[in-house]
Design a protein around this ligand. Structure first.
Ligand code: BGC
Length: 743
C-alpha cells in the first residue's frame, strides 16, 4: 500500500513538475498566446498584445536601459547582450527583449564582448559596387553575425547623402545620389531582415555634418529636401520595409529631428506609410509631449523623457492614450513582421572563413580603378624583378573607419601590441591585412621591399630602384569629427609627388572614406580607390593589381578638384555654446536640455554632388559614376519606350579582351519647366560580360524618379515635356541619347 501510495505520490509529483516546466516554457516562448499564431498579420498580432499590456509594460518598450556615460542606467542592463541598446521584453506576454547593436560594416564591439565579427568593406565601398545582389549579401552577412552574437536588431543602415564631403561619417553612408543610396540600403536591409533581425535606416534626416551635430539647425526648402536626402530614405523604405528609422541629432528647419512633426508624422508615417517605429539617435531626445506628438516612438539609450515623464503625461491626458498605444503597436509590429518573436536569435559560431571570403569578394567588387596610364595595370608578375611597397603601415595592415561603426579587427589593431582585440573611441584601427604580404604572394620571385614613407626622400630612392612602386595612402574618418580638408594627411601628397617623380610607374592605392584631392594626379600612372577595405582588403587589392579580378566599381560620389569648388567651401563650425561642456558632470543633460543652435543653410538645395558640378559647370577630378576596367565597353541600340514606367533598353558590348562587369548608368534631363539640374541618375544595372560578349539591358524607370516634388500639392509631379535619356558608363560619358515626350 505504502508502495502504491508512494508511486502515486511520485507520479503526481512528476505531473506537477512537468506542468510547471511546460507552463514556464510556454510563458517563455509565449506559445499559449493567441498572438503567437504566425498566420495572423503583424498588425493583428501587435494589436492583441497592446490590449493586454499595463501602462508600465508599455513604457518599458518605449525606451532603452542606459549606456555608460550617456544617460542613467537601469539595473536591467545586466541582461543586455553588450550592444548599444537593450530593451527588456514582456516575458509574461511572450515578447522577447530587443538587443540592438551598431552594425554598419560588421557587428560592433565584438572585441569588448569577446566575440568575432567580419569587417566588410565600408558602406560607401558597398555603394561603389553598384550591385544590388552584393548589397543583399552585405546585409545578410551582418544579419547572420548579429544573430550568432545574440542580437535581433541592427543600428546600421546609414544613408545620409554626401552633401558635405568633409563629413567624418562619409564612409558609413552610401554616396551622393538618392536613387543609388536608396536602392542600395534597400538591398542591404532586405538581406539583413531575411535573417530575422530588425533593420534600421538612419540618421533621419539631413545629419550631413558631424561638427555641432547636437545643436546645428539645418535650413533647407521642402522641395529640395524631398528630392534629395529624404528621397534616399523614401526609396530605402519602399525597397525593403526596414522596420525602424533612427531620427538624427540635428535640428531641421527649426525643430530637432526627433521632435519634428514634418519629418516624422507628416512625411515618414503619413506620406510614406511607414509602419515601423522611430527610435532616437543616442541622446537625441529633448521632450516627451512634443516628441511623442511629432511621432517619436522610442527613446535611446535611456529614459530622460520616455520613462516617468511620459507616463505622467499619459496619465494626465497631456499625451493621448491612443498616441502611446500607437508607439507600442509600431514596436511590436516591427518585432512580429521581422520574425524576431517567432525565430529568436540563437548564439552560435559564426562562419568565420565564409565571412572572410565574402568580405574579400565584396571588396573586389567595390574597388574603383581611377587612372591607368600606359596600361600600367594589371601587373605581370613574371616581368617584375623588384617592387617597392610604400606608405604608413603598408607592411602590416589597412586602416578602417571609426566611431560607432567601428568593427574590432579579429587579431587586434595591427599597430598596437598583440592581444589588443578591443578598440577605444576614435582609435585609428589598422586591420591585419598586409599589402606587403599580399603583393609578395602574387609575385613570389620579385624582390618586394617596404618603406613607410615617413622620409619621402628615402621612399623615392627605393621607388627609383624598383620596377614599380605601390603607395598605400590613407585618410582616416570617424564619427564625431569632420575632416579639415579633403587633402591626404601627414604629408602624403608630398610623399606621392616625390615617389611618382622618381618612378612614373607608380600606383597609388587609396584607403579612405570619401573624396580626396590629388595635387599629384598627373604624376602617378595608376590610381586605385580601395576605400576602407575590410578584413581582407589587401588580398582584394592584390587581386585587382595583378589582374586576377577585373575592377568593376564606380564612384558613388564625385571627387572635386578642390574644396573651393564645393557648394560650401568652408564647413560651418559650432561656437562653444553649441558644444556640451565636457568638464561639467553628465554632459548629456546639456544636450537633452538643448544646446544653442547655429545655422547651416543648404542653399544649394537639390544640387548635391554631380548635380552641383553639372549645374555650376565646374570641372571635377573624377566624376560620379566613373571607374575604369581592364577591358573596354561600348554601348548601342538605345530605345526608350514611354508608358507609366518607361523602359530603357540598350546593348552593352565588352569590346576588349578581359571578362568583366560594367555598371551601365541611365540619366535623364527633365524638361526646362521642371527647373532641375542638368541631369539625374534614374537607373543602373551591373552587367557581367565575357570578352567580346554583348547583352541587351533593360532598365525600368519609376515615374517618381522622373518627377519633381510639388510642395503645394504635397506630392510628386511629372512635368509634361521632353525627357532626355542618356546612357553610358559614367555621369560624364553618356554616348547614347534619346528624347521622349512624357505627360
Ligand atoms: C550614433 C549612431 C549610433 C548610436 C549608438 C550615436 O552616437 O550617431 O549612429 O547608432 O550612437 O551607438
Amino acid at each position: 500500500m505504502h508502495r502504491t501510495v508512494g508511486k502515486w505520490v511520485s507520479f503526481a509529483f512528476l505531473i506537477v513538475v512537468f506542468s510547471v516546466l511546460t507552463t514556464a516554457a510556454v510563458a517563455q516562448s509565449g506559445g499559449a498566446h493567441r498572438w503567437m499564431n504566425p498566420s495572423l498579420s503583424p498588425d493583428e498580432r501587435a494589436s492583441m498584445v497592446v490590449k493586454e499590456m499595463t501602462i508600465d509594460e508599455k513604457i518599458t518598450l518605449l525606451h532603452g536601459t542606459g549606456m555608460a556615460g550617456l544617460s542613467p542606467l537601469s539595473p536591467l542592463i545586466i541582461h543586455s547582450n553588450g550592444g548599444a541598446g537593450y530593451v527588456p521584453g514582456i516575458p509574461r506576454l511572450g515578447i522577447p527583449a530587443i538587443q540592438m547593436s551598431d552594425a554598419a560594416y560588421g557587428v560592433r564591439m565584438s572585441g569588448e564582448n569577446g566575440r568575432y565579427s567580419t569587417a566588410l568593406p565600408s558602406d560607401v565601398a558597398g555603394a561603389a559596387s553598384w550591385d544590388l545582389e552584393a548589397g543583399y549579401e552585405y546585409g545578410a552577412l551582418i544579419g547572420r553575425e548579429l544573430r550568432a552574437q545574440g542580437y535581433n536588431m541592427t543600428l546600421g543602415g546609414g544613408i545620409n547623402l554626401t552633401r558635405e564631403p568633409r563629413n567624418g561619417r562619409t564612409f558609413e553612408y552610401l554616396g551622393e545620389d538618392p536613387i543609388l543610396a536608396g536602392k542600395m540600403v534597400g538591398a542591404v536591409m532586405k538581406g539583413l531582415q531575411a535573417q530575422h533581425v530588425i533593420g534600421d535606416i538612419k540618421h533621419y534626416a539631413l545629419n550631413d555634418q558631424e561638427s555641432g551635430r547636437n545643436a546645428v539647425n539645418v535650413n533647407i526648402d521642402k522641395r529640395s529636401a524631398r528630392e534629395s536626402d529624404l528621397l534616399a530614405f523614401e526609396i530605402g523604405l519602399e525597397e525593403s520595409d526596414a522596420a525602424a528609422v533612427m531620427c538624427s541629432y540635428n535640428r531641421v528647419n527649426g525643430d530637432y529631428s526627433c521632435e519634428n512633426k514634418y519629418l516624422l508624422n507628416e512625411v515618414l508615417k503619413k506620406d510614406w506609410k511607414f509602419k515601423g517605429f522611430v527610435l532616437s539617435d543616442w541622446g537625441g531626445v529633448h521632450s516627451a509631449i512634443k516628441a511623442s506628438a511629432a511621432g517619436l516612438d522610442h527613446e535611446e539609450p535611456g529614459w530622460i523623457f520616455y520613462g516617468d515623464d511620459l507616463k505622467k503625461d499619459v496619465e494626465s491626458g497631456r499625451v493621448p492614450k491612443s498616441e502611446l498605444d500607437d508607439h507600442v503597436h509600431r514596436i511590436l509590429r516591427a518585432m512580429f513582421a521581422t520574425g524576431v518573436v517567432d525565430d529568436p536569435p540563437i548564439k552560435g559560431v559564426p562562419d568565420v572563413m565564409g565571412g572572410l571570403e565574402i568580405a574579400q569578394k565584396l571588396s573586389e567588387q567595390s574597388i574603383v580603378l581611377l587612372k591607368n596610364e600606359q596600361a600600367l595595370l594589371p601587373l605581370d608578375a613574371s616581368k617584375l624583378h623588384s617592387i617597392a611597397i610604400i606608405g604608413p603601415h603598408a607592411d602590416v595592415g589597412m586602416i578602417s573607419g571609426g566611431g560607432s561603426a567601428q568593427v574590432d579587427p579579429p587579431g587586434g589593431n595591427v599597430i598596437m601590441p598583440p592581444g589588443r582585440g578591443q578598440t577605444k573611441w576614435q582609435d585609428k584601427v589598422w586591420f591585419p591585412t598586409s599589402p606587403l604580404k599580399s603583393v609578395q604572394a602574387k609575385a613570389p620571385a620579385a624582390n618586394v621591399q617596404f618603406n613607410s614613407g615617413a622620409d619621402p626622400a628615402s621612399a623615392a630612392a627605393l621607388a627609383k630602384s624598383a620596377d614599380v612602386a605601390i603607395i598605400f595612402a590613407y585618410q582616416w574618418e570617424s564619427e564625431g569629427m569632420d575632416l579639415d580638408s579633403l587633402s591626404l594627411p601627414e604629408h602624403q601628397d608630398e610623399l606621392i609627388a616625390q615617389v611618382a617623380a622618381a618612378n612614373p610607374r607608380t600606383i597609388v592605392v587609396l584607403e579612405n572614406g570619401g573624396p580626396v584631392t590629388m595635387p599629384w594626379v598627373d604624376q602617378a600612372n595608376a590610381i586605385v580607390e580601395a576605400w576602407f577595405a575590410g578584413s581582407r582588403g589587401a588580398e582584394a587589392v592584390a587581386n585587382i593589381l595583378f589582374g586576377e579580378v577585373n575592377p568593376s566599381g564606380k564612384l558613388p560620389l564625385t571627387f572635386p578638384k578642390s574644396e573651393a569648388d564645393l557648394p560650401h567651401p568652408s564647413l560651418v563650425k559650432p561656437g562653444p555654446e553649441s558644444i556640451p561642456d565636457e568638464s561639467r558632470p553628465e554632459p548629456w543633460r546639456q544636450i537633452a536640455a538643448g544646446l544653442a543652435p547655429f545655422q547651416v543653410t543648404y542653399n544649394e538645395g537639390v544640387k548635391v554632388g554631380y548635380k552641383w558640378y553639372d549645374a555650376e559647370n565646374k570641372p571635377v577630378l573624377f566624376p560620379f559614376g566613373f571607374g575604369l576596367s581592364y577591358t573596354t565597353y561600348s554601348y548601342s541600340n538605345l530605345k526608350v519606350t514611354p508608358g507609366s514606367r518607361p523602359q530603357v533598353t540598350f546593348t552593352v558590348t565588352n569590346s576588349g579582351s578581359h571578362a568583366g562587369a560594367e555598371v551601365a548608368e541611365v540619366y535623364v534631363s527633365l524638361p526646362t519647366a521642371a527647373q532641375e539640374p542638368p541631369k539625374r541618375l534614374v537607373g543602373f544595372s551591373k552587367v557581367k560580360l565575357k570578352a567580346g560578349e554583348s547583352k541587351e539591358v533593360s532598365v525600368e524607370v519609376d515615374p517618381k524618379y522622373l518627377s519633381i516634388f510639388n510642395v503645394a500639392q504635397n506630392g510628386w509631379q511629372l512635368i509634361p515635356g521632353e525627357y532626355g535619356f542618356m546612357v553610358g558608363g559614367s555621369s560624364q560619358n553618356l554616348p547614347l541619347k534619346a528624347s521622349i515626350a512624357l505627360k
